[in-house]
Design a protein around this ligand. Structure first.
Ligand SMILES: C=C(O[C@@H]1C=C(C(=O)O)C=C[C@H]1O)C(=O)O
Length: 286
């Protein structure tokens, strides 16, 4: 799936998920998929809509139905790439909040099959419409985590939207050879509120601190993952989303001081899910 997230002099990024098993690929309605019997990758695009919630509900219900019927019972990691994410829909409501209504309704319909929410990202793109892609796996291989520094997103109060966002802060995937901790898009939110509005440096440092606590040994043990523990420096396949181009240099400097020199890291100048969030970071620990 090609998503418009880089403009002008930006560097295009290609993300490839590999497996050592034979892969079957195909199309299903508006979606495309690849699967190897253990993991499913699904991608679908929803074109621009005046009001999104109904079409998002259909998009997600189709995705969850396909996933379940193909025998993949555990959602691992979802990406929601949303054009003009904090812009207004035809009713004047933020597109992101409109999106969250449709997503929450679909998860409510499929709660019996998918009772737990996975790690996710909901971030802006540079073209209208919504691109959805995700990884799913077989029974019993995932543990979904929350962050003691943050209110679970699905418990955000209604001042952040009529339906709260449907995602966990991270998902741990038990692999046959290796395990992976998928860290959701993380921002400078403490509890349920944005911290350090207007201050890119402090938002970036708070975001990194949130990730450090999320992936740390204490938090993993709290979720029954004894013997595992990471630090923010262990994050790889890092994606950094920066709202304002003039902030990119500052964020790059802070990330350069935080991550190992060999860390794969990509920067995108796109909108974030709240108007007062300036930066967001995601990645994978292995
Ligand atoms: C940054 C936050 O939310 C963002 C939106 C998400 C979504 O709606 O799926 C997931 C993670 C982030 O990309 C947050 O609420 O902490």
């Amino acid at each position: 799936m090609t998503v418009h997230m880089v403009n002008g002099s930006g560097i295009a990024v290609e993300e490839v998920w590999r497996t050592d098993r034979p892969v079957r690929s195909g199309a299903w309605g508006e979606a495309v998929f690849s699967e190897d019997g253990e993991l499913l990758f699904y991608a679908a695009r929803l074109g621009p809509q005046p009001i999104y919630r109904e079409r998002v509900r259909e998009l997600y219900e189709n995705a969850l139905r396909f996933t379940w019927e193909r025998g993949y019972t555990d959602l691992v990691r979802m990406w929601n790439l949303i054009g003009d994410i904090t812009g207004p829909n035809a009713e004047g409501a933020e597109i992101y909040r409109d999106f969250c209504v449709g997503r929450a309704e679909a998860f409510a319909t499929w709660e019996a099959q998918f009772p737990q929410l996975p790690a996710a990202t909901g971030i802006g793109t540079l073209s209208p419409g919504i691109d959805l892609c995700f990884l799913a796996t077989k029974q019993g291989r995932t543990v979904h985590l929350e962050n003691p520094r943050q209110t679970p997103a699905y418990q955000y109060p209604s001042r952040y939207g009529p339906r709260s966002p449907s995602f966990a802060r991270a998902t741990f995937l038990h692999g046959e050879q290796t395990s992976s901790l998928f860290v959701s898009g993380t921002a400078s939110i403490l509890g349920e509120d944005t911290a350090h509005a207007g201050d890119i440096e402090r938002q970036t440092l708070e975001t990194l601190r949130n990730i450090d606590v999320l992936v740390g040994r204490d938090n993993l043990s709290r979720h029954g993952l004894h013997g595992y523990g990471y630090a923010v420096q262990d994050l790889d396949q890092v994606k950094v989303y920066v709202r304002d181009p003039e902030h990119i240099a500052t964020v790059r400097d802070i990330c350069a001081q935080t991550f190992h020199s060999e860390t794969e890291i990509a920067y995108f100048n796109v909108g974030v899910c709240r108007p007062d969030l300036l930066v967001e970071i995601e990645g994978v620990c292995r």
